[in-house]
Ligand binder design. Structure first.
Ligand SMILES: [Cu+2]
Length: 65
């Protein structure tokens, strides 16, 4: 497990947070994900790489950097 930190944009509410969390956990069921609103700060403890987390975020229609 490593810590991945990204800044997300386009998230407006708890449903967005849930969608992104679910997308990451679909790729790594053991991932622990915290997303703060309105900043969009994401912190995940996961086996995924930052690029893989960003890809999961993008698949839900949000952007990460
Ligand atoms: Cu939302």
């Amino acid at each position: 497990m490593a810590v991945v930190e990204l800044t997300l944009s386009g998230l407006s509410c708890g449903h967005c947070v849930q969608a992104v969390t679910a997308a990451i956990q679909a790729r790594d069921p053991g991932a622990r994900v915290e997303i703060a609103l309105p900043s969009g700060a994401l912190r995940a403890e996961t086996a995924l790489s930052p690029a893989e987390v960003a890809e999961a975020v993008a698949a839900e229609g949000y952007s990460a950097r």
